[in-house]
Structures are given as structure tokens and as C-alpha cells.
Write a protein that binds this ligand. Structure first.
Ligand code: NCD
Length: 356
């Protein structure tokens, strides 16, 4: 069963096809108004969400389908101790496709491997957020007119911000992409993301200086400092005001630069930037709905076809995952499973943390 756990589950050709499909939906919504008649989407949100959940639900309604689900863990059987694996099995009895958000890294993998219907990762802890990347891609296309030869500044919480991890994965596959990683030292991009860029020869620079970086950027992707992922609240307090984008800072940017933000924003973009035509973040939220429509259509279509997915070779029992936020720390009897990744490094199957 084809699911979307990681943005790399989709080939570049598929990303381009989803973008084209979303543009067609924008141009001819009536063509799609009955495309999912009789189908049900379950939105399983164990973590807060406004845009992602509501845009999934709006997407399914606009395709003529139905929606069921829950918007907080407290109103599901997770509150009674039910596992993600069991929840996925149960919901497969009631829905044709699942969109799930969960606070644990790797939870989407577990759901997808236990569900009998396609599972879409709507955010798993601090790990990935592939459908946000789909929204980002359509925004880049509509704002910049191309995916290649772009210098992309990622600013803020690059450690816990799952959206930037997925965005790096997608944009690394287009020619001429360069990244400027702008963060405080304590919130640097995780090693596994840096190593994947090294392996592919993607140029990137790390800096803490937004002012110094801004004039060279084609895209500035701002992120929220992810308060809910900090183990130490005092550290959050120290870092929360690291970056604030203001009209003064925007004055040094290119006329054609686009400002993206997955939202919600706290204070990292001043509201006085909203009137700047380069502020694309509200348009980005709308784009998310169209890309989710395109994705639902694709996965429901593929669910009709038999698939033989190649599972990676696993090492069981030799290592223990040391990521305390990984789903393998809480899910009952979940195997400690590692797969061989780059350069002989073994990584947790669920959250990608390297074995030690
Ligand atoms: C993001 C998320 O949930 O990771 N929000 C979203 O889905 N648009 C970003 C965030 O919460 O900061």
C-alpha cells in the first residue's frame, strides 16, 4: 500500500506531476468536484493543528468526499493507552485514507505499516512533514516560476522544525539549489540532514546571522521556535526571540525574494511585513489545500493497484535508539530496528537517528 511518510517517498517526476495536478485543480475545480465521491478521509491528529488538518478536510470536501476523525489525543483511545499500530488497524476499517499527525518521531512509519489503507504523514514529532513541503513546492513554483537555481535561506529552529527537514530533502533534488542555514548554535540542522546534503554535494553554509545572509537569498523560509519539543523550558526562553523579520531587514533583500513560513507564527515575522508583496506565507497556506487534493487523488488511485514495496534490510536487536522522542520508546513491543544508511551508518527505521 502506497503511503507518504517521507518526502523522498515521491520521485522528482511525481513532485512535478503533483504540482501540475494542483495547478489544474486551481484552473478547473469543477473537474474534480466529484472525484472522491463515496470515499472517506480520516484525520487523526494527536497534536494541535489549524492549517494542516483543516486543509486536509477542505481538500477532501472539495473532491466530493467525506471526513471523519479527531483533533486531539485526549478524545481518542490514545488517552486509554491504545497504540498507534492498533489505532491504524482500527481506522482502516472505517476510512479509505488516513492523514495522521503525532508528537513522536517515526509514528507515521508505524501507522503506515499497520494500516490497510494509505497513510499520509501530517507531521511526526520533530522528524518530517512532507505535505507541508508539497505546499512549499507549489508556493515556490507560483512565486518564483521555477524549482532550480534557487538560494534558499532556512531560518529559526532547524533542529526541531520538521518542515525544513522535509524541504531540504525535496529541494536538494533540483539543480542549482543552495541552502543558507540560519539558526542559533543550539538549534542547528540535525546531522542526518547535513550528511544527506554532503552526500549529494549540495552547497550549504551555516550561520547565525540573518542580516548578513538576507541579501543573497531567493527564498527566505522562516520557522517558529518549536517550544513543545524542548526538554528544558529555560532553553526555550533563551532562544525564543532569536530572529524577528522586520521591514528594515526586508529592505536589504532582493526585490524578487519570497518569504515563506509554514505558520503558525509567534513573533518571528513582524505583522508589519505582511503587506510586503514578497510575503507569501498566507498564499502558501492556500496552496497546501490544492497539493493535498492532488495527493489524496494520487494515493486513492494507487490504492486500487497491487504494489510490491521493497522493504529495506533490517538489523534487529543490535542497537537501541537513543532518541527519547522516537515512537519506539513508547509503542508496545515495537522492534528496535535499524537499517543501513549512508557510509556504513545504521539508522533507526522510525526516526533516522544514527546508531551508536
Ligand atoms: C508546522 C508544523 O506543524 O510542523 N505547521 C504546519 O503544519 N503548517 C510548523 C510549526 O508548527 O511551527
Amino acid at each position: 500500500m502506497r503511503s507518504l511518510i517521507d518526502i523522498l517517498d515521491l520521485s522528482v517526476r511525481e513532485l512535478d506531476e503533483l504540482t501540475d495536478r494542483a495547478l489544474d485543480i486551481i484552473a478547473h475545480p469543477e473537474k474534480y468536484a466529484h472525484a472522491c465521491e463515496g470515499k472517506k478521509l480520516a484525520t487523526l491528529f494527536f497534536e494541535p493543528s489549524t492549517r494542516t488538518r483543516l486543509s486536509f478536510e477542505a481538500a477532501m470536501y472539495e473532491l466530493g468526499g467525506h471526513v471523519l476523525g479527531f483533533s486531539e489525543a485526549a478524545s481518542s483511545s490514545a488517552a486509554k493507552g491504545e497504540s498507534v499500530a492498533d489505532t491504524a488497524k482500527i481506522v482502516s476499517c472505517y476510512a479509505d485514507i488516513i492523514a495522521m499527525r503525532h508528537p513522536r518521531d517515526g509514528a507515521a512509519y508505524v501507522a503506515a505499516h499497520n494500516a490497510a489503507v494509505p497513510v499520509i504523514n501530517a507531521g511526526d514529532g520533530g522528524h518530517c512533514h512532507p505535505t507541508q513541503t508539497l505546499a512549499d513546492l507549489l508556493t515556490i513554483w507560483r512565486e518564483m516560476g521555477r524549482f532550480d537555481h534557487l538560494t534558499i535561506g532556512l531560518c529559526g529552529d532547524l533542529k526541531y522544525g520538521r518542515t525544513v527537514h522535509s524541504l531540504v530533502g525535496a529541494m536538494s533534488r533540483y539543480e542549482g539549489t543552495r541552502f543558507v542555514l540560519i539558526s542559533p548554535e543550539a538549534l542547528r540542522m540535525p546531522d542526518y540532514v547535513l550528511q544527506s546534503m554532503d552526500r549529494q554535494g549540495i552547497p550549504y553554509a551555516e550561520t547565525a546571522d540573518l542580516d548578513g545572509a538576507i541579501p543573497g537569498l531567493d527564498i527566505l523560509y522562516m520557522t517558529r521556535i518549536q517550544r513543545e519539543r524542548f526538554a528544558d523550558p529555560a532553553q526555550y526562553e533563551r532562544l525564543k526571540d532569536s530572529y524577528v523579520l522586520t521591514p528594515e531587514k526586508m529592505a536589504a533583500a532582493k526585490e524578487t525574494m519570497a518569504v515563506l513560513h509554514p505558520l503558525p507564527r509567534v513573533n518571528e515575522i513582524s505583522v508589519t511585513v505582511d503587506a510586503d508583496p514578497r510575503a507569501a506565507y498566507f498564499r502558501q497556506a492556500l496552496n497546501g489545500k490544492y497539493m493535498r487534493m492532488a495527493l489524496i487523488l494520487k494515493l486513492l488511485d494507487e490504492a486500487k493497484m497491487p504494489t510490491a514495496s521493497a522493504e529495506p534490510e533490517l538489523v534487529l536487536g543490535r542497537y537501541r535508539c537513543r532518541n527519547r522522542r522516537c515512537i519506539c520508546q513508547t509503542e508496545q513491543e515495537l522492534a528496535q530496528a535499524f537499517r543501513l544508511a549512508e557510509n556504513g551508518v545504521y539508522r533507526c527505521l522510525y526516526c533516522e537517528t544514527a546508531a551508536e
